[in-house]
Write a protein that binds this ligand. Structure first.
Ligand code: HEM
Length: 379
């Protein structure tokens, strides 16, 4: 994580250049697109060891066009996702995929050739990205000296990354296919989710001037030192992120398959073994019993002095338990880094085209709106 922080800062600099042009020209910002470009750059850099500039190359770069093809709603998702949920074995047997074969082919060959190039590179030891970490792990040559993470995660709010807590590599052998799948999962799970968080956060800051000013003052006090350690010590920034994930959980529902028959005391309902259960995170986060005035975006709820009011298990933007999000620390670090760098230079503002409250799209997996237009000014 710490080793990848400089790579993220490089990507934020590219977003900074993009925003500067917008601010100077007085252009409106489609914040959803701008943040999506940032998270795409970050994943290309960290998970695929490739530097791209999505802000400028979004129509021409193969990596970007193929990624967009996965996320742009297409008939495959709507046909195959329900089939996967209802008849998973059938889908596996028929080798049905939500991606077209050309997109699958592209990523398979792109990732394989990146791994091959990296292995052949005599300077590969210098790389500090996820791709190299996997190659090191495969070779058992990992230098773990930098892995001692500081206490950067507020477990009181976000919970633990349980899945990784006690895992040791042991005798696990990492194959090339594992590496391919991991890089790809990084892309699928980390691109839109983190972009959603960053775009809703910037959008709410544009609406809530006082909150934006308070955030600016907190961050400005660090006087340009937005190191890996510093960004973990900004309580108001953390509260703004936590409140955005409450109000706009990027994955509004999560699912489990029931492993043993369960009788619910209050309702008398019985959930049989094997049944799929979907959990409505968005409604839970908007329940006034737990979050008074739930439609207000109010970071105060997550400030240290108010945290005792939070009720356990009522906040789960990253899921909970042993199958919660493994990318949570990374996503939070990326979001904090981006906001700390941007808020000191820019002021996000409401324009005549900023629609509030936003209207959500009905048929997207990730919480989404048509567009999120805001203005941006140099401070
Ligand atoms: C703000 C950003 C993100 C949000 C809100 C988010 C949210 C979630 C949620 C709700 C789950 C399901 C958890 C459950 O069922 O209990 C999940 C799973 C997962 N996420 Fe994230 N995620 C984010 C970013 C990322 C990133 C950046 C990565 C990759 C680096 C990532 C990788 C994964 C993976 C691999 C899983 C599956 C874990 C498993 O099944 O064991 N996520 N995420």
């Amino acid at each position: 994580m710490r080793a990848m922080h400089p790579l993220i800062i490089d990507c934020v600099h590219r977003l900074d250049q993009y925003l500067e042009t917008k601010a100077i020209n007085g252009d409106e910002l489609d914040v959803k697109r701008a943040m999506g470009n940032l998270t795409m750059d970050v994943i290309a850099s960290c998970a695929f060891g490739t530097q791209i500039d999505t802000h400028n190359d979004h129509k021409t770069h193969e990596f970007i066009t193929n990624t967009q093809a996965i996320f742009q709603g297409n008939w495959r998702i709507w046909l195959i996702f329900p089939l996967m949920t209802l008849f998973p074995k059938l889908v596996e047997k028929m080798k049905l995929s939500m991606m077209s074969s050309s997109v699958q082919k592209f990523f398979k060959s792109a990732i394989s050739s990146m791994i091959a190039r990296r292995r052949a590179d005599p300077k590969s030891g210098q790389y500090k990205d996820y791709l190299q970490l996997m190659i090191n792990a495969q070779n058992r040559s990992a230098d773990n000296s930098e892995d001692q993470d500081i206490d950067d995660l507020n477990e009181h709010i976000f919970g633990k990354t349980d899945a990784l807590k006690d895992q040791k590599l042991g005798n696990v052998v990492i194959s090339d296919d594992d590496m391919l799948a991991s890089s790809f999962l990084f892309l699928v799970a980390g691109y839109e989710t983190t972009a959603s968080l960053l775009s809703f956060l910037t959008y709410e800051l544009a609406i809530n001037e006082k909150c934006q000013q308070r955030l600016y003052e907190e961050i400005n006090a660090f006087d340009g030192n937005y190191s890996y350690e510093s960004i973990a010590r900004m309580p108001y920034l953390e509260a703004c992120i936590a409140e955005t994930l409450r109000h706009y959980p990027p994955l509004p529902a999560i699912g489990r398959i029931c492993t043993e028959e369960y009788k619910h005391d209050n309702t008398g309902l019985t959930i049989p073994k094997g049944m799929g259960v979907n959990y409505d995170v968005h409604s839970l986060h908007h329940e006034s019993e737990y979050y008074p005035n739930p439609e207000d975006w109010n970071p105060e709820r997550f400030l240290p002095e108010n945290r005792d009011h939070l009720v356990p298990y009522t906040y789960m933007p990253f899921g909970l338990g042993p199958r919660n999000c493994v990318g949570m620390r990374f996503a939070l670090m990326e979001a904090k880094t981006a906001v700390a760098h941007l808020i000191c230079k820019y002021r996000f503002i409401r324009t005549v085209n900023t629609r509030h409250p936003p209207t959500f799209k009905k048929f997207d997996f990730i919480l989404n709106t048509d567009d999120r237009k805001i203005g941006v000014e140099l401070r």
